[in-house]
Design a binder for this molecule. Structure first.
Ligand code: FES
Length: 121
């Protein structure tokens, strides 16, 4: 494992995710309460980037089909709920899911040293 600096505390907020990188991985960082959390910038539904997703109560919503993930654990809490913010009925959710079953997004443990934030990759 390699420890990689991803941001400073001043770069990260509680109301939107910061897109940054760790090695060749694109990742997202946010502050949840007094903790810094990071997940992959790659939705497990179709592999699309989530950097423009909404952050609310420590959960990021994928901007493409509304899947939701906890920023601190990567846990999936809702799966394929909408298209362009418009809610989908049950049958349409199945079609848009394209056979993909609910999955967590990769998450990374963030450590802090002074004002610097790091992940191990
Ligand atoms: S790509 Fe994220 S929910 Fe579809």
């Amino acid at each position: 494992m390699t420890k990689v600096k991803i941001a400073t505390t001043a770069d990260v907020s509680t109301d939107k995710v910061l897109k940054t990188s760790a090695g060749d991985r694109s990742i997202l960082v946010a502050k949840v309460g007094d903790k810094y959390c990071s997940v992959a910038n790659k939705c497990p539904h179709l592999g699309l980037p989530m950097a423009k997703g909404k952050l609310e109560n420590g959960t990021i919503t994928c901007p493409f089909h509304g899947s939701k993930f906890e920023m601190c654990t990567g846990k999936n809490v809702e799966w394929v709920e909408s298209i362009a913010g418009i809610s989908l009925p049950g049958v349409a959710k199945k079609i848009v899911s394209m056979g993909k079953t609910p999955s967590d997004v990769a998450s990374f443990s963030v450590t802090q040293e002074g004002d610097d934030l790091f992940v191990d990759i």
